[in-house]
Design a protein around this ligand. Structure first.
Ligand code: AMP
Length: 188
């Protein structure tokens, strides 16, 4: 059986979280979502949650050192030994390098980049605020998140092209359709 160690890349609102949940079910491997992990800490009121919240609520990235430490701990657990899907990590080149180091020879099996028109997702992101009660989906914060994405996360596109394992997927369309595109790319 193939072991999948998948990274999902894409702008805020591209549908990484949605696809991660579906793929996780389909491939029977856990999803590790840094956004979810941070939000859990925030709900539980831990020190990490309090610290992370200051960045998240402003639409900024939680510092690399803190994020990397949290992911390293998560990926050291037994349940990811048979594979995993990373949703929202890495978001900087420093995180990507740390991930390579964490995985060692095993490495990532596929990097799937979900492509959307960033301008188009802005209203969708703002609309999500009400539904999910996320504190980081107000108009100003969304704009900041997009800015941060362009400056800090977009460079991962080139980073993974250089590594030769980037699979680009058009993420405009029906959810099921996009899942099929991803699965097709994973099989290549
Ligand atoms: P997400 O749920 O993936 O949209 O993440 C929500 C927020 O959590 C982001 O806007 C960041 O503030 C923070 N966050 C999530 N993942 C990371 C990461 N890999 N590095 C730094 N901050 C992150």
């Amino acid at each position: 059986m193939t072991t999948h160690r998948i990274v999902l890349l894409g702008a805020p609102g591209a549908g990484k979280g949605t696809q991660a949940v579906i793929l996780s079910e389909r491939l029977q491997i856990p999803t590790v979502s840094t956004g979810e992990l941070f939000r859990k800490h925030m709900r539980e009121g831990t020190d990490l949650g309090e610290l992370a919240g200051r960045y998240i609520n402003g639409g900024n990235l939680v510092p690399d050192e803190i994020t990397i430490r949290m992911v390293r701990e998560r990926l050291s657990r037994e349940d990811v030994a048979g594979g995993f899907i990373l949703d929202g990590f890495p978001r900087t080149v420093a995180q990507a390098e740390a991930l390579d180091e964490m995985l060692g020879e095993k490495g990532i099996t596929a990097v799937v980049e979900l492509w959307v028109d960033v301008e188009e997702v802005i209203p969708r992101l703002i609309g999500r605020a009400a539904k999910e009660g996320r504190s980081d989906d107000t108009a100003d914060v969304v704009r900041q998140r997009i800015r941060v994405y362009r400056e800090q996360t977009r460079p991962l596109h080139e980073f993974y092209i250089a590594k030769g394992n980037l699979r680009e997927v058009n993420a405009v369309g029906e959810i099921e359709q996009i899942t099929e595109r991803i699965v097709a790319e994973l099989g290549r």
